[in-house]
Design a protein around this ligand. Structure first.
Ligand SMILES: [Zn+2]
Length: 491
């Protein structure tokens, strides 16, 4: 017998980087892949995976999930690394320490949070560490005011300290603070350029939606890349672009062709989810995005918001309460085509924007599994990667390796300049991290819906993180906490 801990035998092994796509065995020793070839000897655990695909686990660049329930749903969707890069966390070291103390089923990491640094510098707001507390603060207009030069310096100092502590980049929720000076954003990008890490941006309003915007949201991102040399990452290009996706992607494409480093991500749903108190969800502003009050569903109760007056009430009573916002109609073929453009755009990676699980009624035991029926989230939390694979391969004719590349290899490559750990993820080869997903190629699909948002995906048989099973034979392994921190190497 060999010294291998696990041998996955006879699966269809796909490595998007080398193009390997053949039936062979995968041996895992400790937290690494030891060998990938045919006819390996037996390991301590020997699993027949004939008929299943064996590939690198999915790397999610956009997960707001810090709770065990949400992380488990992500693992059941094939995610082995879930990173909070858009909202970020400041101070970042505290976020890493909290996650380590909690223990996580999947690998984790954080960007520094411009919004949190700004809340502190401009308004003296110290949001708590939970996303719920942060979302409640995000509706507060005090932090969204234009900043004085000393305040900008203070926030840049806080972000610099986070970068020195290994933050993976700078997360900028610009779209939540439309009055912020474009000059401040360029300063943030310049800081990222010096550190060699990306800026992850929730874009400012597009000019088609808000003609009075200080600068068009898409132009602003690509100009910052051109002006500063920073790597600018355009978060969820699907949801902030809506029906203007062609114009936005042409702006991005032109910048890329001119040599700027601009990258994009998308999730395969027509609805978004955020705090109902967000600036752009004010009743008088809904029309900018073609929305009406009933485009919003208040998640904790499932209430469709009937009127502007009711929306005002909910924003007042629970500004951080989550709402589902119908931006594109998934039952409309034209809208579905628009949605798929953001996913099929070359280099666009799949990223979930996964949200924490909230509860209809009293919160349940955070470790309860299976999840009680009162658990609610956006279906993207549980289904993004399975759904993207289903849509790309079965509806858009992508080969499996090409679709998988958007879920594992390309997100890992996007970060690997300053994040050595990422050079061993997103690949399946001897020496790579044993973050592995094993699934039925004809059967992988999302099961979560808006009405039943926490149903785990189907077709995924095994998920290993650093060599440890977190999903085995299609079932969650509740005690597994093999997730490790992913940090940048500061320049
Ligand atoms: Zn966002």
């Amino acid at each position: 017998m060999s010294s291998w801990d696990t041998v996955l035998r006879g699966g269809r092994v796909i490595d998007p980087e080398t193009g390997l796509d053949s039936v062979c065995d995968v041996a895992i020793a400790g937290s690494h892949v030891a060998e990938v070839r045919d006819g390996l000897s037996r390991g301590r655990a020997d699993l027949d995976v004939t008929g299943l695909v064996v590939t690198a686990g999915f790397v999610d660049l956009h997960s707001h999930v810090n709770d065990m329930a949400g992380l488990r749903l992500q693992a059941l969707d094939g995610v082995t690394t879930a990173l909070e890069l858009e909202a970020g966390a400041t101070p970042v070291d505290a976020a890493y320490r909290t996650a380590a103390a909690q223990g996580r089923p999947v690998n984790y990491g954080f960007a520094a949070s411009w919004a949190q640094a700004r809340m502190q510098a401009v308004a003296g707001i110290r949001p708590g560490t939970s996303l719920a507390a942060f979302l409640a603060s995000i509706a507060d207009p005090r932090w969204q005011r234009p900043a004085r030069p000393t305040q900008v310096s203070a926030m840049l100092d806080a972000l610099s300290a986070d970068l020195a502590d290994g933050a993976l980049g700078l997360g900028v929720l610009l779209g939540y603070a439309p009055a912020v000076s474009p000059d401040e954003y360029v300063k943030v990008a310049r800081l990222a350029a010096r550190a060699g890490v990306p800026v992850f941006t929730h874009a400012r309003d597009l000019i088609e939606m808000v003609p009075r915007t200080l600068i068009d949201g898409a132009e602003e991102i690509v100009r910052a890349a051109g002006q500063t040399g920073a790597h600018m990452h355009y978060c969820h290009v699907n949801s902030t672009s809506q029906r203007h996706i062609d114009r936005v992607l042409s702006v991005v494409g032109r910048a890329q062709a001119a040599g700027a480093r601009v990258t994009t991500e998308a999730y395969p749903y027509g609805s978004g989810m955020t705090a109902i108190g967000a600036a752009f969800l004010a009743p008088e502003r809904l029309g900018e995005r073609g929305l009406i009050p009933s485009s919003l569903t208040y998640a904790p109760t499932g209430e469709r918001v009937a009127t502007a007056a009711r929306l005002r009430e909910l924003r007042e009573a629970d500004p951080g309460g989550l709402a589902i916002i119908e931006l594109l109609r998934e039952d409309d073929p034209a809208d579905r085509t628009i949605l798929m453009r953001s996913l099929t755009f070359p280099g666009s990676v799949i990223a979930s924007d996964a949200m924490p699980v909230t509860w209809a009624g009293p919160p349940a035991d955070p470790l309860a599994w299976p999840l009680p029926r009162t658990a609610i989230t956006h279906p993207r939390t549980a289904g993004t990667f399975s759904r993207a694979l289903r849509l790309l391969t079965r509806e858009r004719g992508f080969g499996l390796a090409r679709a998988l590349s958007k879920c594992s290899l390309e997100p890992a490559q996007l970060l690997e300049d300053r994040v050595p750990a990422m050079r061993h993820k997103g690949r399946l080869r001897a020496g790579s991290d044993a973050d592995v997903v094993v699934f039925r190629p004809g059967g992988i699909t999302d099961c979560a819906s808006y009405a039943d948002s926490t149903r785990p995906s189907a077709g995924i048989r095994h998920v290993l993180v650093n060599g440890t099973f977190v999903v085995r034979d299609g079932q969650l392994v509740p005690g597994a906490r093999p997730g490790r921190p992913v940090r940048a190497e500061p320049r």
